[in-house]
Ligand binder design. Structure first.
Ligand code: RFL
Ligand code: PHB
Length: 391
């Protein structure tokens, strides 16, 4: 088998890349380790920046997103038992964010690709990449019980944080930046109406909590917990009680409902530099991850793909490799700003066990400053809705 771009991974990065390449007449084959049901059912991100919505719209895969997505013009920060609204739209000249489940965006892109009859292989085993230092890189894999080879011009490593592409680069050629946080998030999906029309990020002495949603009848709620938290210790009653306390929910503000899904997510900041090795380009979580407090992971994956598409378009049009050479630096410029914001939101809103008294007071002062300063709220808002793209 032969293609122009071999894409490993059918998450948001791989699927969007395939779709945008198709719009430009560039062939790709997408290889995914898991089943279609698995990737379409995986509950993860939910918040899209304005630019991500625009990108998905231009890619022609946002019809349902525009019908079903929930547009948010603000959010609430709660601390010391008091809520403070951040007027995202008002502070950013009208920019908004949209709640739309990542798996819904994945479903839309899978459907578009299969409807167009384009190659997307699920349940691929043992994908391995070869000869990335040459002009003829290859992917070997097993599918339908047969060993296969995909000859490519370019390989896109869109295989997430635990994929095979990043580890295929010689370690001496990579620089890794890594920070693991001393806490995690316990997330639930519940059949209950959202606590508020907008997201509530709460800082409480017991720890962080976040009230978000997937629809008018489905809530998504998160609680700061220990990284090694045992879910068996968290009955539904205990979860609802902790949410009520930390979110400072009064009376009927937080309605309970059946818990549909429960999970623990580790918190980490990670960047690899550079994001390219020869003919291999990393995009999305394969190259970087952020703690979810700033809601940036999927948005960064989309931003990488935009840069990669332009570079590949120029390359296949015979315009040379300048944009490919610039790919890593262009992406990293945004990535580090987003890393900073995600780290900042995380350290501001979480409880650190054993935190010294000085740091604690500084954090409280910073929150108070946010509550009282338009300049501080504007800085939060412009990062939250998404920094402008370089192009
Ligand atoms: P993905 O989605 O992990 O997709 C990678 C795909 O590659 C496949 N794969 C392989 N395929 C073939 N061969 C192999 N050897 C393979 N190894 C792996 C995997 O099966 C998978 O299908 O990476 P991608 O495309 O880079 O997308 C990144 C996003 O998924 C991620 O950044 C976000 O989910 C992060 N995130 C959030 N991002 C946001 O922008 N807004 C949010 O509100 C937000 N909330 C979140 C989040 C992530 C969370 N979790 C669970 C980590 C909330 C949570 C709780
Ligand atoms: C979500 O809706 O799942 C979500 C929203 C905002 C975040 C993280 C997750 O910061």
């Amino acid at each position: 088998m032969r293609t122009q771009v071999g894409i490993i991974g059918a998450g948001p990065a791989g699927l969007l890349l395939a779709q945008m390449l198709h719009q430009r007449g560039i062939d790709a084959v997408v290889l995914e380790a898991r089943s279609r049901d698995h990737i379409e059912g995986r509950i993860r991100a939910g918040l899209l920046e304005q630019g991500s919505v625009d990108t998905l719209t231009q890619a022609g895969v946002a019809h349902r997103l525009h019908r079903e997505g929930l547009v948010h013009r603000g959010l609430e920060l709660r601390f010391g038992g008091v809520g403070h609204r951040i007027d995202l739209a008002g502070l950013t000249g009208g920019k908004v964010v949209t709640i739309y489940g990542q798996q819904e965006a994945v479903k839309d892109m899978v459907a578009a690709r299969l409807a167009a009859g384009l190659p997307l292989l699920f349940d691929v085993a043992d994908a391995a990449i070869h000869d990335i230092d040459t002009n003829r890189p290859r992917i070997t894999f097993r599918h339908d019980g047969r060993d296969q080879v995909l000859d490519c011009d370019i390989i896109a490593g869109c295989d997430g944080f635990h994929g095979v592409c990043r580890p295929s680069i010689p370690p001496a050629d990579l620089r890794i930046f890594d920070r693991v946080y001393p806490f995690a998030w316990l997330g639930i999906l519940a059949r209950s109406p959202p606590m508020s029309e907008e997201l509530i990020y709460a800082r409480h002495a017991d720890g962080f909590a976040l009230a978000t949603m997937r629809s008018h009848s489905i809530s998504r709620l998160y609680l700061q917990c220990a990284p090694e938290e045992d879910l068996a210790q968290w009955s539904d009653d205990r979860i609802w009680a902790a949410l009520r306390t930390r979110l400072g929910a009064s009376g009927g503000e937080l309605q309970e409902g059946p818990v549909l899904q429960k999970g623990v997510t580790a918190m980490r900041s990670f960047v690899v530099e550079p994001m390219r090795h020869g003919r291999l380009f990393l995009a999305g979580d394969a190259a970087h991850i952020v703690p979810p407090t700033g809601a940036k992971g999927m948005n960064l994956a989309i931003a990488d793909v935009r840069v990669l598409v332009r570079a590949l378009e120029a390359f296949f049009a015979g315009e040379g490799g300048d944009l490919m050479d610039a790919y890593s630096a262009t992406c990293l410029d945004r990535i580090w700003k987003v890393q900073r914001f995600s780290w900042w939101m995380t350290q501001l809103l979480h409880r650190y066990d054993g935190e010294d008294a000085f740091e604690h007071r500084v954090r409280l002062a910073e929150l108070d400053y946010l509550a009282g300063s338009v300049a501080a709220r504007t800085a939060l808002a412009e990062n939250y809705v998404g920094l402008p793209y370089a192009d």
